[in-house]
Design a protein around this ligand. Structure first.
Ligand code: GDP
Length: 530
C-alpha cells in the first residue's frame, strides 16, 4: 500500500465503500444525507432536476417497500468536493447472506454505523468480522446522539473490546440527550454546533484555537464545558491518536459522533472518508493481481440483479472496475466464456438516478444489462485471461424443497429458481432422484423473501417444505473417482444451478464417512465462483 506510485488523479479521487450496521441504527438516514450533500453539490444551479431526482428516489423506495426488503439501490455514485464517492449498498434485512459478503468484496472501505444508545449489536459484529477478513479500513459513525445515549468512553471501550480494534475519537460529543449541543472536531480544532430546528442544515463551525481558547466558553454552557474538558483530557491521555496508516490497514477506526437525522456530523464523516479512506486498492486475481492504475480495463461481477424493471426481464450485472479507464462501447472479453462483449449501455448509478455511463474508472461500479451471460464472480478484461479471486459461494445452511402451488407450473418454477440462483439469492439443487427442487439459503428469512419475489415477479405461488436433507457439499476429485462416487450414492446426488455435482445429506456422519471411504473425493463447503 505504501510503496506504490501515485495513482492517476481520476482514480485517486475515488472512494468506494459500504455502510455496515444493525437494522435501525440509521443506515438509510445516513445514506440519504450522503446523497443530499453529494446530490446538492452535483446539482447546484439545477433546481429543476432536484424535484425530479426526489421523485425517482421515492418511487424507488416504494418498490423497496412493496418488496418489503432492501434489494435495490445497489450502488450510488456522487461527488463530494473533489472526490467521487461510490456507495455500495449491503442488503438491509437482518439475515446475514452471501450477498452481503460479496458486496463487501467490491469495496475498499466500510462505514460502521452504531446507535449511541445501543452500541455494538449482533449484525454489526457479523458484518465487521467479514470486513476484518479482508482488513478493510473502517470508519465509525456513532448515531442518534440527539437522544439519550451511552457514555462516550463506554461506547469506545465496547468497540475496542468487542471488535478488537483500536478506536480513536475524531470528534467528541458535548452534552448528552436533550443537552447534546454538538461536537468538538478533534482533528481540526473546531466546534460544530447542531441546529435542532433545521434537520437539513449543516452545522455551524466555529474555529477554536486549542482547548484553552476562551471562545469555547462563549458557545458551550459552563456545566457542559467543565465535563467536556475533563473528558477530552482523559481521552487524550488514554486513547490512541489518529494514525492514518493504521486506519488504512484496518487496525484502527476513527469514530465520529453525530445525528444522521439532524444532518449532524455527516459532513465531517464524509471529509474523514475523503481524507483517511483508501484509494482504489489492488484486486487479488489469478494468475496475477490487478492494480488500479493499469491501463487495460479489468472488472468483476459481484452482484446480479434480475427484474429491476418488472416490464423487462432484464438483468443487471454489477461490475466493480478493478483497473483502467472504461469507455462506453468498449469491447471486453468475458473470461469464463472467452467471448467478446460490446458494452454499449452500461449504467452508472448517479445520486438517485440511473444514467448511461459514458466512462468510468477503476474503483467505480457500473451496471451492465444482459440476458444472463454475466454471472457472479465473472471477470471482464481487455483480452488477458485473468480471473478475480476471493468471491466465494457458501454451502447453504438451510435446505427446503420448493414446489409450485400449481403442479402444471413446474417448468415456470424452474425458470424462476434458476433466475434467483444466478442472482446469488439462493442455491438451487436438482436431485438425481425425485421431483421438485431443493433450495438452499444461508438465513431462514430468505425463504420468505424468495416465495414473495417468485409470486410478485412471476405470478407463481410456491410452497417451501422441509427437506430430508440438511447439508450440501460440493464434490471434487478426478473424473473417475467422482463418477464412481456418484454411481454408488445416487440418492444423495444433485446438480447445482451451474451443473456442478453436489452431495446432499442430513448427517455430519455421512460427510465423515465419505472422507474415510473415498479418499480421492473432497467435499467442500465453499466453491469459488468462476
Ligand atoms: P436503518 O434500519 O439502519 O436503515 O435505519 P433508519 O435510517 O431507517 O433509521 C431507523 C430509525 O431511527 C428511523 O425511525 C429514523 O428516523 C431514526 N433515526 C435515524 N437517525 C437518527 C438520529 O440521528 N436521531 C434520532 N433520534 N433518530 C434517528
Amino acid at each position: 500500500m505504501t510503496n506504490r506510485p501515485a495513482l492517476p488523479p481520476e482514480i485517486a479521487r475515488r472512494r468506494t465503500f459500504a455502510i455496515i450496521s444493525h437494522p435501525d441504527a440509521g443506515k438509510t438516514t445516513l445514506t440519504e444525507k450522503f446523497l443530499l450533500y453529494g446530490g446538492a453539490i452535483q446539482m447546484a444551479g439545477q433546481v429543476r432536476a432536484k424535484g425530479e431526482a426526489r421523485r425517482t428516489r421515492s418511487d424507488f423506495m416504494q418498490m423497496e417497500k412493496d418488496r418489503g426488503i432492501s434489494v435495490s439501490a445497489s450502488a450510488m455514485s456522487f461527488d463530494f468536493g473533489k472526490y467521487r464517492f461510490n456507495l455500495v449498498d449491503t442488503p438491509g434485512h437482518s439475515d446475514f447472506s452471501e450477498d452481503t459478503y460479496r458486496t463487501l468484496t467490491a469495496v475498499d472501505a466500510a462505514v460502521m454505523v452504531i446507535d449511541g444508545a445501543k452500541g455494538v449489536e449482533s449484525q454489526t459484529r457479523k458484518l465487521f468480522e467479514v470486513c476484518r477478513l479482508r482488513d478493510l479500513p473502517i470508519l465509525t459513525f456513532c448515531n442518534k446522539m440527539d437522544r439519550e445515549s451511552r457514555d462516550t468512553f463506554d461506547i469506545i471501550d465496547e468497540i475496542q473490546e468487542n471488535l478488537a480494534i483500536d478506536v480513536t475519537p475524531a470528534s467528541w460529543p458535548i452534552g448528552v440527550g436533550r443537552d447534546f449541543i454538538g461536537c468538538y472536531d478533534i482533528l481540526r480544532d473546531r466546534l460544530e454546533l447542531m441546529d435542532r430546528a433545521d434537520r437539513n442544515k449543516v452545522a455551524d463551525s466555529i474555529q477554536i484555537n486549542g482547548l484553552d481558547d476562551p471562545k469555547l466558553a462563549q458557545h458551550v454552557p459552563a456545566d457542559l464545558l467543565a465535563k467536556f474538558r475533563d473528558e477530552i483530557e482523559m481521552a487524550k491521555a488514554l486513547l490512541p491518536k489518529l494514525d492514518p496508516a493504521s486506519v488504512l490497514n484496518g487496525s484502527m477506526t476513527p469514530i465520529w459522533f453525530g445525528s444522521a437525522m439532524n444532518s449532524f456530523g455527516v459532513k465531517e464523516l464524509m471529509d474523514g472518508l475523503a481524507t483517511y479512506g483508501p484509494e482504489p486498492q489492488i484486486q487479488s486475481a489469478q494468475p496475477r493481481n490487478v492494480a488500479p492504475e493499469e491501463i487495460p480495463v479489468t472488472g468483476f461481477v459481484f452482484k446480479v440483479q434480475a427484474n429491476m424493471d418488472p416490464k423487462h426481464r432484464d438483468r443487471v450485472a454489477f461490475v466493480r472496475l478493478a483497473s483502467g479507464h472504461f469507455e462506453r462501447g468498449m469491447k471486453l472479453t468475458h473470461v469464463r466464456s472467452k467471448k467478446q462483449m460490446a458494452i454499449t449501455n452500461p449504467v452508472l448509478f448517479l445520486a438517485a438516478d440511473r444514467e448511461l455511463a459514458e466512462e468510468a474508472w477503476a474503483g467505480d461500479i457500473i451496471g451492465i444489462p444482459n440476458h444472463g451471460q454475466l454471472r457472479i464472480g465473472d471477470t471482464l478484461t481487455e483480452g488477458e485471461a485473468i480471473r478475480v479471486t476471493g468471491i466465494p459461494s457458501f454451502a447453504p445452511e438451510l435446505l427446503q424443497t420448493c414446489r409450485a402451488g400449481d403442479p402444471m407450473k413446474a417448468k415456470h418454477l424452474e425458470k424462476a429458481l434458476m433466475q434467483f440462483a444466478e442472482e446469488g439469492a439462493a442455491k438451487v439443487f436438482k436431485p438425481t432422484f425425485g421431483s421438485g427442487f431443493i433450495v438452499g439459503v444461508v438465513g431462514a428469512l430468505q425463504f420468505e423473501v424468495l416465495a414473495s419475489r417468485i409470486e410478485l415477479e412471476y405470478g407463481l405461488p410456491v410452497r417451501f417444505e422441509s427437506s430430508q436433507f440438511t447439508s450440501a457439499r460440493w464434490v471434487a476429485g478426478d473424473k473417475i473417482a467422482v463418477d464412481a462416487f456418484v454411481a454408488a450414492n445416487k440418492q444423495h446426488i444433485a446438480t447445482d444451478n451451474d451443473g456442478d455435482t453436489v452431495f446432499l445429506t442430513r448427517l455430519q456422519w455421512d460427510i465423515d464417512r465419505v472422507g474415510r471411504d473415498y479418499p480421492a473425493i473432497t467435499l467442500t463447503a465453499t466453491k469459488e465462483m468462476m
